[in-house]
Design a protein around this ligand. Structure first.
Ligand SMILES: [Zn+2]
Length: 134
């Protein structure tokens, strides 16, 4: 695919729109590294529900539940955000690049090797099917 080519794949309710720094294709992220206000509200409702559900068991020790629910929600949101960061078109990972440039370069190299292997296998299947079609 050529750089700056429009991709048909769109993400619903995306928060960030940007161009990939390596292949310049359009990217968008659905998750933010921080908790949104709606997610905070949902986590508060969940922790309140769990607090009232476990009150007969835990009594006043149940006040720890909101901290557990919020930290779990933050960790899950962060994991989804980090999973979304690598470019699906070129394999560039900005988080890895920020920490270690050489490792990010190797990740892109591995991505393109996997793409070549995938293309080889798909070409092989197409060449096999061609004589049957004729
Ligand atoms: Zn890219």
């Amino acid at each position: 695919m050529a750089p700056l080519e429009k991709r048909p794949f769109r993400i619903k309710n995306s928060r960030f729109h940007f161009l990939c720094p390596l292949c310049a294709s359009e990217r968008s992220l659905r998750y933010s590294p921080f908790l949104s206000s709606s997610l905070k509200f949902k986590l508060a409702v969940i922790s309140l529900f769990l607090f009232f559900l476990t009150f007969p068991l835990l009594q006043e020790r149940g006040f720890i539940l909101p901290f557990l629910v919020f930290s779990l929600g933050f960790l899950i949101n962060r994991a989804l955000y980090k999973k979304e960061i690598p470019c699906p078109y070129c394999g560039f990972n900005a988080l890895t690049y920020k920490k270690d440039v050489i490792k990010a370069k190797e990740e892109v190299k591995v991505f393109w090797q996997q793409e070549q292997n995938f293309n080889k296998t798909s070409n092989f299947v197409l060449e096999e099917e061609r004589p049957l079609g004729n």
